[in-house]
Design a protein around this ligand. Structure first.
Ligand SMILES: [Fe+2]
Ligand SMILES: [Fe+2]
Length: 372
């Protein structure tokens, strides 16, 4: 850089500018490019425009003096690293202190020896060159870090996409296995799919986190997975189950929980919990354990009411399909087979205030006979 270095000289005395030009352009072993300015204002503009490697400035000048000029240049990021040399009289100690505070790198005392001036300038230019080099290095390093960060981000996104695909495949596999278990009385799988939507709706109203709601959404279809262990002649019997047969039917809760047990997956663990508890009733008359009130896991209480609503709306071997209104009335007011006391009162209240949403889910693309 030294041979091509640009030096800006600012002085309101034209004769002094000529002396500098002469010394720096012709009387050194390297030829610097010298640009000059007659006052502080012009000097400031030239510094911004040319971005010289070094600035030599007089201190006492009209309008903008050398110290103010130096301060202004140090405040601007693009000129802050340019060394500023101030030309002073021998005894101007106060000015020198002010100059140092303003950011001056060195001083030249008038009258100065050409050799001394050139040596000082050469040293400052070397320092500037090193500073520029370090700045470039830092910039290159910054670029490399940025590049690597972008690469890592891209890999992370790819990984996320792969994870999403794996999760989808995993969830689809679970849904299909659950459908296989329910195939005997829910050929299209629409009942188990609707269960996810009803259950998520209630869980959201109850203030569960998005992750919990999502887990319940995916786990809800597994509530009856244990039916796979119940003989067809009992499961599909149109009516009139004997007490023994009913006891066998009840076992689907325990079989389901067993199928889903000891899993590392939150979804399957939720599935296990609801398989076991979705026939428990708030008043303690449910099965398999006859749990009462809050002893029943809340997701089990949610699934219970969703399952009852959907079963009422659907045609089964032992019953017709009821309208939305009739189904709601049976749940909210009870009938010969059902009491409102079966349900968690808070969840029953949520159901009664949002039953239209249940109707929407039932009437959606997931309706019986619809292809999903
Ligand atoms: Fe069940
Ligand atoms: Fe069900």
């Amino acid at each position: 850089m030294l041979s091509a270095a640009t030096i800006l000289v600012i002085d309101d005395e034209p004769s002094l500018l000529e002396v500098f030009r002469d010394l720096l352009s012709y009387r050194t072993d390297v030829q610097y490019k010298v640009i000059t300015a007659n006052n502080g204002q012009e000097g400031y503009k030239a510094a911004i425009k040319e971005l010289p490697d070094l600035i030599i400035t007089d201190i006492t000048m009209p309008e903008i003096d050398g110290i103010t000029l130096c301060k202004l240049l140090k405040e601007k990021p693009e000129t802050t690293d340019i060394p500023v040399v101030m030309v002073t009289g021998l005894d101007d100690n106060d000015l020198k202190i002010q100059g140092l505070i303003a950011g001056a790198s060195d001083f030249l005392n008038k009258p100065f020896l050409p050799e001394e001036m050139i040596t000082r300038i050469r040293n400052l230019l070397k320092m500037k060159e090193m500073t520029d080099h370090l700045k470039n290095e830092a910039h290159t390093l910054e670029e490399k870090v940025r590049e690597k960060t972008l690469q890592i981000e891209a890999s992370f996104k790819e990984l996320q996409t792969a994870n999403i695909l794996i999760k989808h495949a995993y969830l689809e596999a679970i849904t299909r296995l659950t459908m296989a278990a329910e195939y005997k009385d829910d050929e299209t799988g629409t009942h188990i799919r609707r269960m996810g939507y009803y259950a998520k709706l209630l869980a959201e109203f109850l203030g569960f986190s998005a992750i919990d709601c999502d887990n319940l959404f995916h786990a809800a279809p597994m509530h009856d997975i244990g039916k796979i262990g119940i003989p067809d002649h009992i499961l599909l019997k149109p009516a009139g189950l004997t007490p023994v047969e009913f006891d066998i039917i009840k076992r689907h809760t325990i079989i389901g929980a067993k199928i889903l047990s000891e899993s590392q997956s939150d979804i399957l663990r939720t599935g296990e919990m609801i398989a076991l508890s979705h026939h428990e009733r708030w008043d303690g008359t449910g099965y398999p354990r006859g749990l009462k009130g809050e002893a029943i896991p809340v997701f089990g209480r949610i699934i219970f009411i969703c399952d009852v609503y959907d079963a009422l709306r659907s045609k089964r071997p032992y019953k017709p399909a009821y309208s939305h209104e009739d189904s709601c009335e049976k749940i909210m007011k009870g009938d010969s087979k059902m009491q409102p006391g079966y349900f968690d009162p808070a969840i029953l209240d949520l159901f009664s205030r949002n039953h239209e949403k249940f109707r929407e889910i039932f009437d959606s693309a997931l309706a019986p006979g619809a292809r999903s």
